[in-house]
Design a protein around this ligand. Structure first.
Ligand code: SF4
Length: 399
C-alpha cells in the first residue's frame, strides 16, 4: 500500500482513539489506557466535560505535565481529591523512560528512551548551537531507506504518537532542568516526520500550547526528504515549523540513488514546492546535503546545486558523512568539503558546514539505529553548528 494511504488510514485510527473496551477507555492505537499526555488541550477539555468535569481543569493538567514536570495524577494538588481519583481510574500519563543517559566530551547528551510498549529510541541534546537544541524522533525506524542512513536500514517499526514525540521533549527538559529555559527542537531524529504527519502536527500543537511549553514554531525545524503531498498540506497549517529539505544531490539521477523517494517526487518538483512554501520575510528553507566522498562532492555537483537553488530563499547545510559500519560511503576530505562550500558561497548562497557532535557516545548525524526492540540503539542523530568562513557568506544555522 502506498505510504500516504497507510498514513491516511492511521490518521483515521488516531481520530477514533476513544473506544470503550470492557467499559474502560482504551487508546486503540497504543492499546493502553488513554494517555493524558497524548491529548491536545481541546481534546482533554472534551474528555473532561464528557465525564462531568470542568473544562478549565485541562489548563491545570497541562501546567502540571509541562511546566512542572509532574506526571503522577495524585500529585496534581490543585485538582480536588475526587477529580484526581476519577482521573487516575480512567487515564494514565505515559512518559518515555530514560534507560541510558550519556554525555559526550563535547557536551552532547544522548538519551536512550523506552516507550510503553518496550520499543526504544534515542533523543539527543545538543548544547550551544548557538541555542540549546533537542533532536527528537517521530518514528521508530524509517521507511525512506536513504542509502547513507542506518535508520533507513531498520525499515519502519512504527509511528510515534504525538504524546511520545512531545514526551521526548518533556523528558529531556526535565532531565536537563530546562523546563523554563529557551530551547530549539529539530525533528531530525529517527523517522520521516511527514510520513507520520498527523501525530507530528498534533505534537507541535501540544508543545505550542500556552499552558504547556508555549513552544514557538519558529523554534522548531522539521526535516523532510520531500513527501510532497504532506509538504503542501503543511503549508496550510496554523502552526508551521521551519522547513529543512534533505536534498543530498542536485540531479534526479544522483538523488534517486541516494533517496529512493526521489523516484516519486523529483528534484524539480521539490524545488517548485519550496518556492511556493509560505515564508516570513526573514525565514529561509534549509537544504541539507550529506557530503559523500566521490559520490556527490565534486565541484560540478556544487555548481549544479547552486544553479538549482537560485531563486529559492535558502541556506545550505553541508553535513560531511559520519562514516560508520554498514554505510557504504566515505567522508570526503577536508579539502573537498571546503571546496564544495566555497563554490556555493561564491555563487551567493548562505552555507554552513555541520560539525559532528557526540561521536564518542555514538551520537553522530544520520546514524540512529535500534538494533533490536530491547537493545540499545547503536547511534543517534546529533549535529551542531560549525561556522567556517567562506567569503563571509557562511553563518551559523540551526542543527
Ligand atoms: S535520512 Fe531521514 S528520511 Fe532518510 S532513512 Fe534516514 S531517517 Fe529516514
Amino acid at each position: 500500500m502506498h505510504i500516504l494511504a497507510r498514513r491516511a488510514r492511521r490518521g483515521k485510527a488516531v481520530r477514533s482513539t476513544f473506544q470503550q473496551v470492557l467499559g474502560k477507555p482504551i487508546d486503540i492505537v497504543t492499546n493502553f489506557p488513554i494517555d493524558l499526555a497524548n491529548l491536545e488541550r481541546a481534546a482533554l477539555e472534551s474528555a473532561l466535560v464528557e465525564r462531568g468535569h470542568k473544562r478549565f481543569h485541562a489548563r491545570q493538567i497541562f501546567r502540571w505535565l509541562y511546566a512542572r514536570g509532574v506526571t503522577d495524577i495524585a500529585a496534581m494538588t490543585d485538582l480536588s481529591r475526587e477529580l484526581r481519583a476519577a482521573l487516575a481510574s480512567e487515564f494514565t500519563v505515559a512518559t518515555p523512560e530514560i534507560v541510558v543517559h550519556e554525555r559526550s566530551t563535547d557536551g552532547t547528551e544522548k538519551f536512550l528512551l523506552r516507550l510503553a510498549d518496550g520499543l526504544q529510541l534515542e533523543s539527543v541534546f545538543i548544547p550551544d548551537t548557538p541555542s540549546m537544541t533537542f533532536c527528537v524522533s517521530t518514528q521508530v525506524g524509517c521507511a525512506m531507506a536513504c542509502a547513507f542512513c542506518l535508520t533507513g536500514k531498520m525499515g519502519l517499526v512504527r509511528n510515534l504518537t504525538a504524546g511520545e514525540i512531545a514526551g521526548q521533549v518533556r523528558v529531556l527538559a526535565g532531565a536537563l532542568d530546562m523546563r523554563h529555559k529557551k530551547f530549539n527542537i529539530v525533528l531530525m531524529g529517527m523517522g520521516e516526520p511527514l510520513h507520520n504527519y498527523d501525530e507530528t502536527m498534533r505534537a507541535l500543537r501540544i508543545l505550542n500550547d500556552e499552558h504547556g511549553f508555549a513552544m514557538s514554531p519558529r523554534r522548531v525545524t522539521l526535516s523532510t526528504v520531500g513527501l510532497l503531498p504532506a509538504l503542501e498540506k503543511m503549508a496550510h497549517e496554523p502552526i508551521m515549523p521551519n522547513l529543512a529539505i534533505s536534498l543530498h544531490a542536485p540531479t534526479d539521477e544522483l538523488r534517486g540513488e541516494l533517496v529512493p523517494l526521489n523516484k516519486k517526487y523529483g528534484v524539480g518538483e521539490i524545488i517548485a514546492a519550496c518556492k511556493r512554501f509560505p515564508q516570513t520575510k526573514r525565514s529561509r528553507i534549509t537544504f541539507e546535503y550529506v557530503l559523500l566522498a566521490g559520490v556527490n562532492d565534486s565541484p560540478e555537483d556544487a555548481r549544479k546545486l547552486a544553479r538549482l537553488l537560485s531563486g529559492v530563499k535558502s541556506k545550505v547545510n553541508i553535513i560531511p558523512l559520519n562514516a560508520a559500519p554498514g554505510i557504504p560511503f566515505e567522508r570526503p576530505s577536508d579539502t573537498a568539503i571546503d571546496q564544495f562550500a566555497q563554490i556555493l558561497a561564491e555563487r551567493g548562497l548562505i552555507v554552513s558546514v555541520r560539525k559532528s557532535r557526540g561521536r564518542d557516545i555514538r551520537a553522530a548525524c544520520g546514524q540512529l539505529i535500534v538494533e533490536g526492540p530491547r537493545r540499545s540503539p547503536g547511534q543517534a542523530l546529533a549535529a551542531v553548528l560549525h561556522t567556517e568562513t567562506f567569503k563571509g557568506k557562511t553563518r551559523n544555522v540551526e542543527a
